[in-house]
Design a protein around this ligand. Sequence first.
Ligand SMILES: [Zn+2]
Length: 343
Amino acid sequence: MRTRVVMMRELGDETVLVPEDVDLPDPGPGEVVLRVLAVSVNHLDLELRDGRSRMPLTFPHVLGREVVGEVVETGPGAGGWTTGDRVVLLPHVPCGGCRHCLTGSANICLNGWMPGIHGWGGYAEHMIAPARGLLRAPDLPVETIAAVPISFGTAWRALESVARITPGEWVLVAGAGGALGHAAVQVAALAGARPIALVRDDNKAEFARSCGAEHVVVTGETDWVDQVRTLTDHRGVDAVVEHVGGASFEGCLAALAPRGRLVVAGGHGGEHPRIDVIETFRNEWQVLGVRSQRPDDVERVLGLVEQGRLRPHVDSVLPLERAAEAHRRIESRQATGKVVLVP
Ligand SMILES: [Zn+2]
């Protein structure tokens, strides 16, 4: 099949993303061909593109991890999917057989397959996808669906499964104007917790409030950690979603209450922050990692979006050919919520 993709032939800035017509092979056993209806642009895409992710890619490569599509062709054994089905492709397709998959931790699967990393992703008019990585798409606009799996799935996992927040707890969310942050504020509010949003500047404060933040603190101000502690009657916060790194990580750790949990979901703003080990053990602080999402996390948040209880905010929808512009928009931190490409 002849199709159009946004090709990437080397690492570099956004100019390495070049639309190109290519021949797509026929789907193999257990595979389908998807017509891509929408694909989200994630910050990780930028890091894959310029090499910061430290994940090896095979060139030529096509990015795109968060895909909504329609099945247009099926290989042998395509798991009951048929032409015309509207589907969501899991951003992390677990193997189903390794020790993590078999013990309820498919998000850290040893042999997982990620579109746009381990194979060509969704910056394309068509792509080949494993049938076992498909979920039925809810009845929502495709741009909205594309904004759900990674940010809301990860936020759900971070707060519900890892931090295990309970109603009434203070939850601090770093980078609350971004895709993961705006999802985490909503998940915290939905759980009955009290979200405090951290934003870089005043422009994103109103947006964070609209997502359900009880308070918004601007990290550009030098005393932001004191402001957070004051808001909690000097007790500190019970849980944090941190994905910025560097000074943000250090400040969030200092803002924890005794026995507080800091969940790390990223940190390219500074990968080696300082940790005060004395304060950490005296307060029994917990620093916990969260990696991607399990299939049931994605199903859960898609259901909550369908019910209107979580509301992904789509910052902008751009045609596929303008993938480079989408990357610039995210890099410059102008975007609030998600940037989506539509072929
Ligand atoms: Zn596995």
